[in-house]
Design a protein around this ligand. Structure first.
Ligand SMILES: *Cc1c(COP(=O)(O)O)cnc(C)c1O
Length: 426
């Protein structure tokens, strides 16, 4: 395939936009080469600026669970736009989406809309701190909760001390309130809680992780976290920006049968427009302004176009819940196909999967946390990524990212993907 025009557009973009992109992963730094510039997309396919057609396994990093340019969503947005795009005043559609979202997920009474997953997680933590009157939080290495300061933290010296910033610009003062634990390591979390007794507002986690590849928690780990939080008066925050409305109507809370205290959403809930949200029981949500003391706001929050896309998307999912099963079957088929080819080629690999999330790791060891995910062979991953791209298959350009299947993918697309892998020399 030829990527001349994409490369030229990237060169031009770099003159005016840092790194040529508005979100770093798009720049292909982890895999090398120039990123693809998209012209349009429909269903399971991307059409790039060079006229290539690609089978898409990212779906805008998750939102487009029913495929690109899904008609009910597009129609809702186009129709809504005729009546004005933003008012900074209440609109009925905000309540409609809130009501539908709350009806689909377990255990949530009220929801507040924001513009991104980042904002949702940042606000959820502020709310947890305000509600509990405590400052510290625990997050897990390899879990991503957006780019607000409190989450850009790496392990400090010694596991039970506080974290340190992993980006310049994050202050030590902020970093000291975020403690870092390892995914699937309940004993480590318990130690942290003991060492910081009475000081923790929240534990935030991706209930099925998707930002270090797809990692599934053990049942004992999740149950243990829930019990620990309840015992210690710590709020358990599920970051369902990725899993919400993707794994099931009720997201990870439903499939894991664990109730969180605050849940954050993004991606699917906006149907491809910028929407994030956070939800909790009334007692917690009423702590937010204007009823409560915790401040949180947004000029474009609850934007009518974004709400109409989200409402159309959730309505489709609510009316056709069999789509989750259909997606999981496709992921299983892809998993088997890829595993068979890699085994045939004698390439060490692990494939992690839950529902429509799947990731391929080039390592012998089970991938259960950030450290084991980081052991994947990135040279093999690069060959795999570029080999697939050359054959018209667009995978996430980083070994730390999960694939997000969309239901527009056909079994012919999955077969084409598996056949493409057969041709690649790893
Ligand atoms: C994508 C993501 C975020 C951040 O959402 P943005 O809309 O990119 O700000 C937060 N948490 C998780 C789990 C995500 O996957």
């Amino acid at each position: 395939m030829i990527y001349q025009r994409s490369s030229a557009l990237f060169t031009e973009a770099k003159k005016y936009i840092p790194g040529g992109v508005n979100s770093p992963v798009r720049a292909f730094k982890a895999v090398g080469g120039d990123p693809i510039f998209v012209k349009k997309a429909k269903g399971a396919y991307l059409y790039d600026e060079d006229g290539n057609k690609l089978i898409d396994y990212i779906a805008s990093w998750g939102p487009l669970i029913l495929g690109h340019a899904h008609e009910p969503v597009i129609n809702a947005v186009v129709e809504k736009a005729q009546n004005g795009t933003s008012f900074g005043m209440p609109t009925e559609i905000e309540t409609e989406l809130a009501k539908l979202a709350i009806s689909m997920v377990p255990n949530m009474d009220k929801i507040r809309f924001v513009n991104s997953g980042t904002e949702a997680c940042m606000s959820a933590v502020r709310l947890a701190r305000g509600f509990t009157g405590k400052d510290k939080i625990i997050k897990f290495a390899g879990c991503y909760h957006g780019h607000s300061d409190s989450f850009l933290i790496q392990a400090g010296s010694g596991a039970v001390t506080f974290g340190s910033p992993n980006s310049p610009g994050v202050t030590q003062g902020t970093a000291k309130d975020t403690l870092l634990a390892d995914y699937n390591d309940l004993a480590g979390v318990k130690e942290l809680v003991q060492a910081n007794k009475g000081e923790l507002a929240a534990i935030i986690i991706e209930p099925i992780a998707g930002n270090m590849g797809c990692i599934v928690p053990t049942e004992a780990f999740m149950k243990g976290l829930r019990e620990l939080c309840t015992q210690e008066g710590i709020l358990l925050i599920f970051d369902e920006v990725m899993t919400g409305f993707r794994l099931a109507k009720g997201g990870a809370q439903e499939v894991l049968n664990i109730k969180a205290d605050i849940v954050t959403y993004g991606k699917v809930i906006g149907g491809g427009l910028p929407v994030g949200a956070f939800a909790a029981r009334t007692e917690i949500m009423d702590f937010l302004a204007p009823d409560g003391p915790v401040y949180q706001a947004g000029t474009l929050s609850g934007n009518p176009l974004a709400m109409s896309a989200g409402l159309a998307m959730l309505t489709e999912l609510n009316n056709n819940p069999e789509v989750f099963e259909s997606l999981a079957k496709k992921a299983e088929y892809l998993h088997k196909g890829i595993a068979e080819v890699l085994t045939g080629k004698k390439i060490a690999h692990q494939i992690n999967r839950y529902g429509s999330m799947i990731s391929v790791h080039f390592t012998d060891e089970p991938v259960v946390d950030f450290a084991s995910s980081a052991k994947g062979n990135n040279e093999t991953f690069k060959k795999y990524f570029h080999g697939m791209l050359e054959r018209g298959v667009y995978l996430p350009p980083s070994a730390f990212e999960s694939y997000f299947l969309n239901d527009a993918l056909s079994y012919e697309d999955l077969d084409a993907t598996i056949n493409a892998l057969k041709e690649i020399d790893l």
